[in-house]
Design a protein around this ligand. Structure first.
Ligand SMILES: Nc1ncnc2c1ncn2[C@@H]1O[C@H](COP(=O)(O)OP(=O)(O)O)[C@@H](O)[C@H]1O
Ligand SMILES: [Mg+2]
Length: 276
């Protein structure tokens, strides 16, 4: 039997991305919504965070605690009011809109709860779209290889409405992988899926880290989903509220329950639905 010897391809992080380096760094990131003082909502309040390359992190917290805002700011889809975001040690904040878009297209992948595929494009066309947008060469063999890896090698010509939810999300993961980004952000990627499809998507995200050497940051409400990650960071009222390494389902659920307590006890009367 053929056995792999020597260094495995696992954890291959590509040139300039040693697995011990930092893929993502947030320094005191603050984001406030609303124009006047009365209706201002501080969605993120001086959040600082560093994530090593090649790690899988879940972000959890009550509804309204700032999880999506954190992802949007960290992914360059939104700009923080204050603070700095660095990807691979390079500052993403600052610069022009065009420079930010270019940087994001090179370094960042994003997976959304509702897949965000283009309905008129085939599976293969949806997957190669980020390359097209970035003006990069479209390597169809590479796209097909990735689609085969996510189990869609026989669905290249299908359109999104001919696929199940789980299959659509796997196309979205292939699309996020095709540009070989440093960091892939996923906001509730299993939120619209049945248990079995959710598990497949979670396994794929974990493989993205283990096999492709990417760094994954995933927002989730679900302690089972969070247990697939290497660590969990908790948010409450726009602030970091702890971290859990090697999370188990029970430990995550327990921590979430206590986050709910503290949010309910908040003097502002903020009533946070737990949503677990
Ligand atoms: N575009 C927006 N305009 C105004 N307020 C917003 C906007 N986006 C988010 N918020 C507010 O910011 C806070 C954090 O929201 P969000 O990041 O979506 O939380 P989560 O994803 O944890 O549910 C909430 O109070 C929310 O109402
Ligand atoms: Mg959200």
């Amino acid at each position: 039997m053929f056995r792999r010897t020597g260094t495995s391809r696992k954890g291959t992080a590509g040139p300039g991305r040693s697995t011990s380096s930092e893929a993502l760094r947030l320094v005191s990131v603050t984001k406030t919504y609303g124009s006047s003082d009365e209706n201002a909502v501080t969605a993120l309040d001086r959040v600082s965070l560093g994530l090593r390359a090649g790690t899988f992190t879940a972000v959890m917290g009550p509804s309204g605690s700032g999880k999506s805002t954190l992802l949007q700011c960290a992914a360059g889809l939104d700009r923080p009011d204050r603070g700095v975001v660095r990807v691979d040690g390079e500052e993403m904040t600052g610069g022009t809109e065009a420079a930010l878009t270019k940087f994001r297209r090179q370094r960042i992948g994003f997976v959304f709860q509702q897949y965000n595929l283009l309905p008129t494009l085939t599976v293969e066309q949806n997957t190669t779209l980020p390359l097209k947008l970035a003006g990069r060469r479209i390597d169809r063999n590479r796209a097909r290889e990735i689609l085969a890896q996510v189990g869609l090698g026989d669905r290249l010509g299908h359109r999104p409405d001919e696929l199940s939810g789980g299959q659509r999300q796997r196309v979205a993961i292939a699309r996020a992988l095709v540009t070989e980004p440093s960091v892939i952000f996923a906001d509730e990627p299993t939120g619209a899926l049945d248990t079995r499809s959710a598990r497949e998507v979670l396994r794929l995200l974990r493989e993205t880290v283990r096999v492709h050497g990417r760094t994954v940051v995933m927002v989730t409400h679900d302690p089972v989903a969070a247990s697939y990650a290497d660590s969990v960071v908790f948010l409450a009222d726009g602030r970091l509220a702890g971290e859990l390494h090697a999370p188990t389902v029970d430990a995550v659920a327990e921590r979430m329950a206590h986050l709910g307590d503290s949010a309910d006890a908040d003097a502002s009367g903020y009533d946070a639905p737990l949503g677990v």
